[in-house]
Design a protein around this ligand. Structure first.
Ligand code: NAD
Length: 433
């Protein structure tokens, strides 16, 4: 199946495997294949005083800018045929898909606004869960995803396995940055609602390639907002993030708090997309709901996120990287609760509204590790590493607004959620790194 190169070298998302030129934290020599095929390696040691000693072998190390220029290919749009799922002759409700060698055409035979929901990022962790819930509830879902290689696209294809069995689900393989393509998809699928989840995700990698994050998370969002405004979409639900609160010391974080000080490019792009949503709501009368998700976990969690990464490494008997002294805290939110909050947001009539969706009971990194140990029965071998730039110290959601207006009630706590994720991990052999 075709894979879109995000323009992101997925090896750099694995900040604990020694392949990342920024933190150089491996204890063993780590081969580094550069974009043009030469091999270099580095050996790093964490000294007692927290200083990292790095020795380079092979060719001398390049400057960070030079390494970036060599490593990252230009963002590419996938125009390849989209596979068997799209070749169904006709789908229920009259939605018809045909694939052509260089494009995908969508044509609707149903009436406008006939309950179609367009979900971008449908193959991802949250998008696949949301699409399943929508389809199970009787909605017709058009999923858009470019299967970018930020993490293994095979995992994304696996996420869609059951959805692709449903006649109510249609997959469009496309890049949200392609404005013409998004216009075509929205014009022809005629969704009443767009749930926009597609994004370049992750805080730390955004420090490496901020322009890529801006082009996908800001440019891609604009192309969808434009298409939505042009083709009479009623509601646009946008995935934002708790990261917009930056290093705010005021807890819990409320939607009314100032969010003018993001500390990573990822966070800045998420805030920018909220602001664009506001502008489109104001100018075009589009109803825009922004959902600030707080660290989401559960089955299919992205392999770059802490719980999935720790489980995979602990199961293999490997060390787990713990950045900082373990006191940083996160408000973990189980994916089913996120989906419930998102489903409720789809129904909201407001012109523009922001909601926190969090679990509302933050835990420290140390407690998280202990909980994983307890649930899995495995012992964590911890490798302490310096706190990372871009990582916030804490997240903690005030969910009063979501409680009142969305009837949002997080129901799955950390321990139970980790137990479900562990069960899924074992049954699917889990996503390695
Ligand atoms: N998982 C979390 O803890 C969390 C927390 C806060 C916010 N969010 C937000 O929720 C959304 C979903 O996150 P997730 O954890 O499911 O991530 P994910 O990476 O699993 O899903 C994102 C999907 O978007 C797709 N995508 C990326 N670039 C694209 C492009 N240019 N065109 C089309 N598709 C593209 C990817 O292929 C992927 O399938 C994101 O917007 C993310 O920023 C997630």
């Amino acid at each position: 199946m075709p894979t879109a190169a995000c323009g992101f070298d997925s090896r750099l998302s694995h900040f604990d495997n020694g392949a990342n030129p920024r933190d150089n934290t491996s204890a063993m020599p780590a081969p580094t294949n550069t974009a043009d095929g030469d091999n270099r390696f580095h050996t790093s040691r964490l000294l007692g005083n927290g200083v990292i000693l790095t020795k380079w072998g092979g060719a001398p190390p390049l400057s960070l800018a030079a390494r970036m220029a060599r490593r990252f290919t230009l963002p590419r749009v996938s125009l390849a045929p989209v596979g068997a799922a799209l070749q169904r002759p006709a789908l229920s409700g009259g939605l018809r898909i045909t694939s052509r060698p260089s494009n995908v055409r969508v044509s609707t035979g149903g009436s406008p606004g006939h309950g179609v929901i367009l979900v971008t990022g449908a193959a991802g962790f949250i998008g696949s869960h949301l699409s399943e819930r929508l389809v199970a509830g009787g909605s017709r879902v058009v999923g858009v995803d470019n299967f970018c290689d930020f993490y293994d696209p095979t995992l994304k294809r696996r996420n869609l396995q059951s959805l692709l069995q449903s006649p109510r689900f249609t997959l469009i393989e496309a890049d949200i940055r392609d404005g013409d393509r998004m216009d075509q998809v929205v014009r022809e699928a005629r969704p009443s609602v767009i749930v926009h989840l597609a994004a370049m995700v992750g805080v730390r990698p955004s420090l490496e390639v901020p322009s890529l994050y801006a082009s996908v998370n800001v440019g891609g969002t604009v192309s969808l907002l434009q298409a939505a405004a042009r083709h009479g979409v009623r509601r646009f639900v946008l995935a934002s993030s708790s990261s917009v609160y930056g290093n705010s010391r005021k807890v819990p974080f409320s939607e009314e708090d100032p969010v003018d000080h993001p500390i990573s490019p990822y966070a800045a792009t998420k805030r920018a997309s909220e602001l664009l949503g506001h502008a489109f709501a104001h100018v075009h009368g589009l109803s825009v709901i922004c959902l600030r998700y707080f660290t989401v976990f559960g089955p299919r969690q992205r392999p770059d996120l802490a719980i999935a990464k720790f489980m995979a490494r602990m199961a293999r008997g490997q060390e787990i990287p713990v950045f900082g002294d373990g006191s940083s805290s996160r408000d973990y939110t189980y994916v089913d609760d996120i989906v419930s909050g998102t489903m409720a947001a789809i129904q909201r009539p407001d012109p523009f509204r922001i909601y926190n969706l969090g679990g509302s009971s933050p835990v420290t990194l140390s407690t998280l590790v202990e909980t994983i140990e307890r649930v899995t029965g495995l012992r964590a071998r911890i490798r302490r590493l310096p706190a990372q730039p871009g990582d916030v110290e804490r997240t903690c959601a005030d969910i009063a607004r979501a409680r009142e207006e969305l009837q949002y009630r997080p129901t799955v706590g950390l321990e139970e959620g980790i137990a479900r994720q562990w069960e899924w991990f074992r049954s699917s052999q889990g996503p390695g790194e």
